[in-house]
Design a protein around this ligand. Structure first.
Ligand SMILES: *[C@@H]1O[C@H](CO)[C@@H](O)[C@H](O)[C@H]1NC(C)=O
Ligand SMILES: *[C@@H]1O[C@H](CO)[C@@H](O)[C@H](O)[C@H]1NC(C)=O
Ligand SMILES: *[C@@H]1O[C@H](CO)[C@@H](O)[C@H](O)[C@H]1NC(C)=O
Ligand SMILES: *[C@@H]1O[C@H](CO)[C@@H](O)[C@H](O)[C@H]1NC(C)=O
Length: 505
């Protein structure tokens, strides 16, 4: 892990497209296409112990010193106290939408039961402020920050009780905010939360079993990732059923789920590695997309995971199929997959063994194979179009991390970030031309936040935050100015020969 940021910078080889699309503007995208930027509650809000908020499993994890740089998000960018400044900045940039999440332990501190009036007020204020500035709120209901109280009470996602408590929490969100929130995401990145939290055990609640992880507090890497994924799917379906039955008719919003969208490519030309890459795409994307579209897990997972993969009842299957109005994808990386020929003979198998693949991006990073390649977004969207009936897609995260020597240093110059985003937007445009039903694009992140994997050692923000200043001063980086010029009608690559320069609005 320690090498990750170094390689991120060193090995980022962007294979740009021919520059014929350099003169693209936002008007070349379909009508109603949404351009935004995002954050998540634990990463940006701060005010961790204020106004009745109680800890999530991420507070526990960071307070035990497990984050990359031993930091916490107790304060972070302190959006809780600076949301008005932030909405003003969003308005200046010209964002159509802001993607954020509600902190379950801020709205319902004990995880179930009583709503915290101050938490309710905060989200009402934020949503009202966005709407006053003509910015759509796109809200994630659960973004990894699970209430610690429910973790202690019944082991969280591993218990069927999770589904009921989650549904009641989602109900409170729809009821409280659904008059103004028209885009809901039930769960963020369930396809990696399950691996990080229950297989490798690197993420809270740090459950795993030897030899698949070390120093965990309980767990079983061979079974728990599949159980947790199952509960997340059922919780998603339950919230969608509820929204559709009780709210959608009057509130007229849309609801979906957001998956991590790594794209797996074969590590070599060998056909066994091609097969491994296909398996990994089924394990990573199909694990959730197949149930969401077809009502059951992918056949390859059924075959390989056997009885450890939970079964869906006819009713669960029916409720899952088609349980989305859109699917969000967070896309950053292409991962090289290699066949692990002996994995399937092992007696104890985890997720990667079941997929019989070596496809761990963290390993790639340490060995220097990490690639970020815009074409991979095109392949991902093509795959969704061909294999999953071309669902409406929101690219919910895409962005570029840098790793400054002095994390808190104020730096404006991040043209590499603008170029990265330009390259991906070109591919997205071409995918839409090729028939993909992409409907939105959100930069990760709107501003610097506590990064779940790297604390404050990496920064993704269009806007910077002076993390040393008590008032957490915000400032626009060049990438924010570039995005702004594009959102206001300027060309995608204002610096290119065909571009006209900034400020075309
Ligand atoms: C696991 O715990 C041992 C003993 O506390 C420690 O020496 C080791 O570094 C830990 N390993 C990891 C990967 O955290
Ligand atoms: C994990 O669960 C499986 C199935 O119940 C069991 O066979 C295996 O022994 C468990 N492993 C550990 C490490 O507890
Ligand atoms: C399935 O959906 C129906 C209709 O929305 C709902 O009444 C039922 O409780 C759901 N079943 C499950 C298992 O979630
Ligand atoms: C669009 O389709 C063309 C022709 O099939 C293909 O060459 C190209 O790679 C596709 N582009 C994207 C971004 O999917």
């Amino acid at each position: 892990m320690a090498m990750l940021l170094y390689f991120l910078l060193l090995l980022l080889r962007l294979t740009a497209l021919p520059r014929d699309s350099a003169a693209l503007t936002r008007h070349d995208f379909p009508d109603g296409f949404i351009f935004g930027a995002g954050t998540s509650a634990y990463q940006v809000e701060g005010a961790a112990a204020e106004d009745g908020r109680k800890p999530s499993i991420w507070d526990t994890f960071t307070h035990q010193g497990y984050s990359y740089d031993k930091s916490t998000a107790d304060i972070s960018a302190d959006q809780y106290h600076h949301y008005k400044d932030d909405v003003k900045l969003m308005h200046e940039i010209g964002l159509d939408a802001y993607r954020f999440s509600i902190a379950w332990p801020r709205l319902i501190p004990d995880g179930r039961g009583r709503i915290n009036p101050k938490g309710l007020k905060y989200y009402n204020n934020l949503i009202d402020e966005l709407i006053r500035h003509d910015i759509q709120p796109h809200v994630t209901i659960y973004h990894l920050d699970f209430p610690q109280s429910l973790q202690d009470e019944y082991k969280g996602l591993l218990s069927p009780r999770f589904v009921d408590d989650y549904t009641a929490y989602a109900d409170a969100c729809f009821k409280s905010f659904g008059d103004r929130v028209k885009h809901w995401v039930t769960v963020n990145e369930p396809n990696i939360e399950t691996i990080g939290s229950f297989d490798s055990g690197e993420l809270p609640p740090r459950r795993c079993s030897y030899p698949f992880g070390v120093n965990c507090t309980g767990g079983n890497s061979t079974t728990e990732p599949y159980i947790a994924a199952h509960r997340l799917l059922l919780a998603h379906a339950s919230a969608v059923s509820l929204y559709r039955d009780k709210y959608q008719g009057t509130q007229r919003g849309q609801i979906g789920i957001t998956l991590l969208g790594w794209w797996h490519e074969p590590a070599t030309k060998a056909s066994r590695d091609a097969a491994a890459a296909t398996r990994m795409n089924d394990f990573h994307i199909g694990w959730f997309m197949h149930p969401l579209v077809y009502g059951d897990y992918p056949p390859v997972m059924r075959r390989r995971v056997g009885a450890r993969l939970p079964y869906l009842t006819a009713e669960q299957s029916k409720n899952l199929s088609g349980s989305f109005d859109f699917v969000g994808f967070n896309h950053y990386l292409v991962v090289r997959a290699q066949s692990d020929e002996r994995a399937f003979d092992r007696k104890q198998r985890d997720y990667y063994n079941d997929a019989a693949a070596i496809a761990n991006p963290f390993k790639d990073i340490q060995e220097g194979h990490l690639e970020s390649a815009p074409w991979a977004l095109g392949k991902l969207l093509d795959h969704l179009r061909l294999k999953y009936r071309n669902p409406p897609v929101m690219i919910h995260e895409n962005g570029f991390a840098d790793a400054p020597k002095t994390p808190s240093k104020i730096e404006f110059d991040d043209d590499y970030r603008s170029e990265y985003l330009q390259d991906y937007l070109e591919v997205l445009y071409q995918s839409i031309r090729n028939g993909s039903d992409a409907r939105g694009y959100f930069v990760w992140s709107f501003l610097d936040v506590f990064e779940l994997l790297f604390g404050y050692a990496s920064r993704f923000g269009l806007c910077g935050v002076d993390m040393n200043a008590v008032e957490r001063t915000r400032y626009m980086r060049n990438s924010a100015r570039w995005y702004s010029s594009f959102l206001k009608g300027g060309e995608l690559r204002p610096g290119s020969p065909s571009g006209k320069g900034y400020g075309v609005a």
